[in-house]
Design a protein around this ligand. Structure first.
Ligand code: GLY
Length: 293
């Protein structure tokens, strides 16, 4: 069970906040929602780019995925379960299919051709929640490459995300006051394999896969050198979900004053994934001045 949450970290750096108050009426985030999709029976045939293939125990992967969903539920997140996609081994990694901010949702064009079908039907799912934009060829972008820090979206330039994809994301989101900044990534699949935002102006980072220069205004917390895959933490409702297999980095994060909640995703990680990959979390919104439903 999960106990009461507490606020984490100091306020966000001011220059990363861009006011949209002149452009849009204020909107109030209420409950959290998350897109999720169950593990495909074909997960073992997943795409692998930097990892060697290892046998995957589907039963164990499913169990871990259920545990992940349960943690989200216990943190008050309402799950939106996408239809099973048996033909898509990587379909459980829904993060790559959409980038969602308070003002809009962008359906991506995933960089791996065999994953593009995962975005089918997403308009219908997202339209009740946000205005929806859809990326077009030749742009490609995986949601795992888009890291939001307040009103700045850092986007990894990777084998999955190209310049046209970054330009489209910028065109879709800059009208809402977002700044989009490209980050060069080398040696890992996604930007969020190399860094994630912990809140309070702190970035968890493996500096050997990215040039941290674009993040100079943030405080960098480096993963333990023995745990290169530990830079992926998921912020949910004042907690940080963090893989239980990286205890040394976990200790560093906890010492920084963050409330860490450990989750075992070790079997799913064999499919070159991380905790953020398995959901797209967004706030349910209502216009300011209206009573909550
Ligand atoms: N196996 C995760 C991906 O390649 O997208």
């Amino acid at each position: 069970a999960i106990t009461a949450t507490a606020p984490i970290g100091p306020p966000h750096p001011r220059h990363l906040l861009t006011s949209t108050s002149k452009m849009r009426p204020p909107i109030i985030p209420t409950a959290l929602k998350a897109l999720v999709r169950d593990v495909s029976p074909s997960l073992a045939q997943c795409n692998l780019t930097f990892l060697r293939r290892e046998p995957i125990d589907i039963g164990l992967a499913r169990l871990q995925h259920s545990g992940y969903k349960q943690v989200l539920r216990e943190l008050g997140v309402g799950l939106i379960e996408l239809p099973n996609a048996e033909d898509f081994p990587d379909g459980v990694f829904v993060e790559d299919a959409a980038v969602i901010v308070d003002e809009a949702a962008v359906i991506t064009r995933p960089g791996a051709e065999n994953r593009r079908g995962e975005t089918k039907g997403l308009e219908k799912v997202l339209a009740p929640h946000r205005p929806v934009h859809r990326m077009k060829a030749p742009g490609t972008l995986d949601g795992g490459d888009a890291l939001r820090v307040e009103k700045t979206i850092f986007v990894g330039r990777t084998r999955r995300t190209n310049g046209a994809g970054i330009a489209q994301l910028k065109a879709f989101l800059s009208p809402y006051g977002y700044r989009v900044a490209a980050v060069e990534v080398a040696g890992c699949l996604h930007l969020k394999s190399a860094c994630t935002y912990l809140g309070g102006g702190t970035l968890l980072v493996n500096g050997s896969w990215i040039d941290p220069a674009p993040f100079r205004s943030l405080k960098l917390l480096k993963v333990d050198p023995a745990e290169p895959f530990a830079a992926n933490a998921l912020q949910v409702a004042g907690r940080l979900l963090f893989p239980s297999c990286f205890p040394m980095t976990r200790d560093k994060i906890a010492k920084g004053g963050f409330q860490v909640l450990e989750v075992d995703n070790s079997e799913l990680m064999k499919a070159e994934s991380a905790l953020t990959c398995m959901s797209v979390i967004f706030s349910q919104l209502r216009p300011a001045g209206l009573d909550a439903p």
